[in-house]
Design a protein. Sequence first.
Length: 399
Amino acid sequence: MKVLMIHNYLRPPSGENTVFEQESELLRAKGHKVVTYIRHNDEIEKMGGCSKALIPFRAIWSSPAYSDLTRIMEKEKPDVAHFHNIFPLISPAAYRACKKAGVPVVQTLHHFRIVCPGALLFRNGRVCEGCAGMKFFSGIKYGCYRQSSIQTAGMAAIVNFHRVIKTWKESVDLYIALSDFAAVKYRQLGFPSESFFVKTNFLQNPVEPRFTDQGYGIYIGRLGEEKGVDTMLSALRNCPDMPFKVIGDGPVKELFLKTVHEYGLKNVEYLGVRSHKECMKYLLDASFLVLPSQCYEGSPMVLLEAMSAGKPAIVSNIGVLPLMIENGFTGFTFSPGAVGELVEKMTRMYQRPDEARLMGKNSRVIFEERYTSEVNYRMLMEAYQKAIEIHDSKHKRKQ
């Protein structure tokens, strides 16, 4: 099979970038021909003033991407086109180019951007579904996209323009949702397509677990309000003897560091941004991972990394997280924002290392059952075949 893989690279670190690269690598390893069309957000920094000013219009309809993909499909004749991120330099116009060329289209939904201008269904410290029905009036009012009402209005224009011309429904044959929860949520929020296939993320090269540790907890990821960083810090304030390491960066980094200093959290060590290799080293030596998100996650790569490393996780009981971590078996769940519950779970992990290691072993078993490249490859092939069947069925109905 020849697969055209399409992605607009985001600035790192990015789970979407990682998934795109891993799926491309997996297909090549299985003997498939992979053709890629990629753009980078870094290109924007090199653009002149006029080109930058046109980016919002290109996000609605990118003529360069449409032309590029038309040429690629004429030359390569792929069996299927698989999209990851299309904003801002590729745009939904790319779907139309594939449709015109008669190529089946698959789109992985890494987040909720099409039904939520902020992509996370999160505002003011809690879950928000104010734009249900793909009506972005609430999002525009609060400036949910990049904290700008004007830019949010631009995102609303993109989404609704392509809704009116039926791009989302007719030009994409199959949407890959990262969980059953995400597929259901898209439907509930009025997404104009019923063609979903559930396929989780995976790890192409998982580490070998050691099932030993150095007795500390760890957080690896974005330092953002939606990640529950404030909840985690409040809990750590009540666990002064528990060593804890934090790796990552994000918009609340300075507030995080200020809080650590003001609370006098000498047990918390901030390690900044580290390479993937370094992150895995710290993860392998950790006793447990904490993921205190207050938003709906997709299929968090860091959680898969922890499971592959044989580490238990403490996660918020929200969205897909309690479907990935079984309370008391592969880790613990707690109510989002519930500091007391998180203190209780972290204390138990720290004070009962044998129990934590047993849950870590259970995590590795679940990882091998659900999140390996072999499992993912079978699901990916099933998704492509379903997309081809849907595409062919549409074509027959028009004849």
